[in-house]
Design a protein around this ligand. Structure first.
Ligand SMILES: [Cu+2]
Length: 221
């Protein structure tokens, strides 16, 4: 054992035992009418964008709602900034919904051989406004403050993406079936928050056990 690992071992011995943590599993259920798969007609750049694109603001599968940001608010818990990518492919944003810590870097990419103009909004205010005429272009932008950043293309009106900027490390975006699983959530009673781009926020109180799993079910619309 060298001096450094001895020091680390000593620190580990001195550190208080970690707070016990459990899991949170659940689903964001869709209780609305069965959503017909809708499309939007495009009005320009159809050689790249196609004649129509899927309308993806409400994505339902297996009774659950996809693209919902679910987070557990644990006071004092902070996640580290990271780099996340927002690509443009076939005149759609990929991924459509993401979550990230304040201070993260959003790398804008253009995978299409057309001009896109990536316009980010924090509420009504412009957060960034980036023309991207070049396929393969990459432009970084900072996500400074907590809150929702909505992203639209000034060229193609149907393009839409959202990023929820949040401090909590206990966060994810629902996929197939609206199901989710958050591991290593500290034991305790916390606020659980769901956010959807069209139907907004819902809050529940959840009790996370020190071992095992708690179940959390949100319902939309
Ligand atoms: Cu565009």
């Amino acid at each position: 054992m060298n001096a450094r690992s001895a020091a680390v071992a000593t620190l580990l011995l001195l550190a208080p035992p970690l707070a016990r943590a459990g899991e949170v599993r659940g689903q964001v259920r869709w209780n609305g009418a069965a959503a017909a798969s809708a499309t939007v007609e495009t009005d320009r750049d159809q050689s790249v964008c196609g004649q129509r694109v899927a309308e993806e603001s409400v994505l339902v599968s297996e009774g659950g709602l996809e693209n919902v940001v679910v987070r557990i608010e644990v006071p004092g818990a902070r996640s580290a900034p990271r780099t996340l990518v927002l690509d443009q492919q076939g005149c759609r944003y990929r991924p459509r919904v993401q979550a990230a810590a304040p201070g993260s870097t959003l790398e804008l990419r253009n995978g299409d051989p057309v001009l896109h103009n990536v316009h980010g909004y924090a509420g009504a205010a412009t957060a960034f406004n980036v023309p991207m005429p070049t396929p393969g272009g990459r432009t970084p932008r900072q996500l400074a403050r907590p809150g929702v950043i909505r992203i639209a293309c000034d060229v193609h009106g149907w393009m839409s993406a959202s990023i929820l900027v949040t401090d909590t490390p206990h966060v994810l975006v629902t996929g197939k079936g609206g199901r989710f699983e958050l591991k290593d959530v500290p034991a305790g009673t916390w606020q659980a928050v769901a956010w959807h781009e069209k139907y907004g926020e819902k809050r529940l109180v959840i009790e996370v056990p020190s071992a095992g799993a708690a179940t959390l079910t949100f319902s939309y619309p």
